[in-house]
Write a protein that binds this ligand. Structure first.
Ligand code: ZN
Length: 331
């Protein structure tokens, strides 16, 4: 039973909006998971950082807008409202896109400004660019921006100081921690698998919503989106996600990028591994997303946190919060 995150899968007021596959679930509850989009273009990715210099970004073919609008159409078709972590660089270039994301009912959150990895920035650089992006997004949407996700999930054990900056800037939650050990750019191996209050170096704490992994034979297997979703056959991703559902105590946090549904994007001349990461099965991603949206029930990060009893919460949380969540300190 997934009481902690259950919402009505078939609200009687809008029966026509229930996905076909959900029809058989009438009269029972379905857990809600987070559908998130990291809004950036193909040339922002870390895998191409050595092949494309930042100074060249403004001259490159810009494809982010059309891909985001396609995603908005797909989500509208499936009646899903998710969370869009928008890069400040994209918001500067496409202010109307940000307004349209918010107008469609999605949560707008912050993906930083320059897509530089957090641990490659000084604390001052990180504070300055994150403040800039947050305020820009808030000006465009007229709403508080409560959530943050770092470029390439780059809040790791060496950049935990970033949590203090996020608290100082008034963020309510972070979703930058990938609780795995295998990746070269990211990962905190011993991190909790579900939403928690994570202790920052100052002793204060922030809600952390880690990316999802399945537990298979004692190993943590990423099944939460991006390149993993394109690498694994859909049935395997779904099986991993169902195994997380069966645990019953944590939501799935799924992520995807607009460029992952863009089969016509320019091919960047980078090394083999980078090209594999970026282009693998890119022609299959949109079809798999549609199946995913039929097979699971998704909402925004805020929906999931509210279902988990972690929101509403003051933006500057304290250890003696009335919500009483245990605080996790990583050594
Ligand atoms: Zn990103």
């Amino acid at each position: 039973m997934n009481d902690w995150k259950a919402i009505d899968a078939n609200p009687q007021a809008t029966p026509c909006k229930v996905p076909e596959q959900a029809a058989s679930l009438t009269m029972r509850k379905q857990p809600i998971h987070a559908f998130t989009v990291d809004v950036e273009d193909y040339f922002h990715v870390e895998a191409f950082a050595n092949a494309i210099h930042r100074e060249a970004w403004p001259q490159l073919e810009y494809r982010c807008e059309r891909n985001v609008y396609r995603m908005l159409d797909m989500l509208a078709e499936k009646s899903v409202r998710g969370t869009f972590f928008v890069l400040g660089w994209v918001a500067d270039r496409s202010p109307q896109l940000v307004r349209d994301i918010a107008a469609a009912g999605h949560e707008v959150a912050c993906h930083g400004h320059t897509h530089q990895l957090v641990y490659r920035q000084t604390r001052q650089q990180f504070a300055d660019e994150t403040r800039y992006a947050k305020e820009l997004l808030e000006d465009l949407t007229g709403k508080a921006v409560n959530g943050y996700r770092a470029a390439s999930f780059s809040i790791t054990k060496v950049s935990m100081w970033a949590l203090d900056t996020l608290i100082d800037l008034g963020f309510t939650y972070d979703s930058s921690v990938f609780p795995v050990s295998h990746h070269d750019n990211y990962g905190i191996p011993g991190a909790p698998l579900g939403p928690c209050r994570m202790r920052a170096p100052s002793g204060r704490s922030l809600i952390e919503v880690p990316l999802s992994v399945a537990q298979v034979a004692g190993l943590r297997v990423p099944i939460s989106g991006g390149g993993y979703f394109r690498l694994f056959p859909y049935w395997l991703s779904r099986a991993g996600m169902r195994s997380v559902e069966r645990e019953g105590d944590r939501p799935l946090v799924f992520y995807v990028h607009p460029w992952e549904i863009d089969v016509d994007q320019p091919r960047v001349q980078a090394n083999f591994l980078s090209r594999l990461r970026h282009y693998n099965n890119i022609d299959r991603c949109e079809g798999r997303l549609r199946r995913l949206l039929n097979d699971f029930q998704f909402g925004s990060m805020s929906d999931v946190l509210a279902a988990h009893g972690m929101l509403p919460i003051p933006s500057r949380v304290r250890e003696d919060s009335r919500l009483g969540q245990p605080i996790v300190a990583l050594q």
